[in-house]
Design a protein around this ligand. Structure first.
Ligand code: CO
Length: 138
């Protein structure tokens, strides 16, 4: 089953400026965290009903480099839904005709939980992330 929106991710050209901007309007923002497996550095804005993930490229082959080249001032990059079972979601996404990015297998995401991404070209032009709400063996 599709659960709540876990976060909406915004790619930003300057992570520290982005954190400072949101702090100025009263947001509580986490310390930036490097995720080398995903080629990004992230900071989360915690809101009462969801989170905003601020994403900045990490390393030379970061998957968000080309996005920022097309959107130099930043932009909404993906939306993440919580799911109960990442493997069932993987099957449903495939059966719905959408490709899963990368190897097709779940990876461990920013919260230490299994995630996978559906290809935006197959998903209404939107990169969609699914995160298994509870940890479990991959
Ligand atoms: Co995300």
């Amino acid at each position: 089953m599709l659960g709540p929106v876990n976060h909406i991710a915004i790619a930003v050209p300057d992570l520290y400026a982005a954190v400072a901007l949101y702090e100025k309007i009263g947001a509580q923002v986490t310390q930036p965290q490097d995720l080398p497996d995903h080629g990004v550095t992230v900071a989360f804005i915690n809101l009462p009903n969801t989170k905003i993930e601020l994403l900045h490229p990490l390393g030379q082959d970061s998957p968000i480099k080309s996005f920022l080249a097309r959107n130099p001032s930043g932009g909404i990059h993906h939306i993440c839904f919580e799911v109960d079972d990442i493997h069932e979601t993987s099957r449903m996404v495939s059966e719905a005709g959408a490709r899963i990015l990368g190897s097709g297998d779940p990876k461990i995401g920013a919260h230490g939980l299994p995630v996978l991404f559906a290809h935006p070209a197959d998903f209404l032009g939107t990169l969609v992330e699914f995160e298994q709400a509870k940890n479990a063996d991959l």
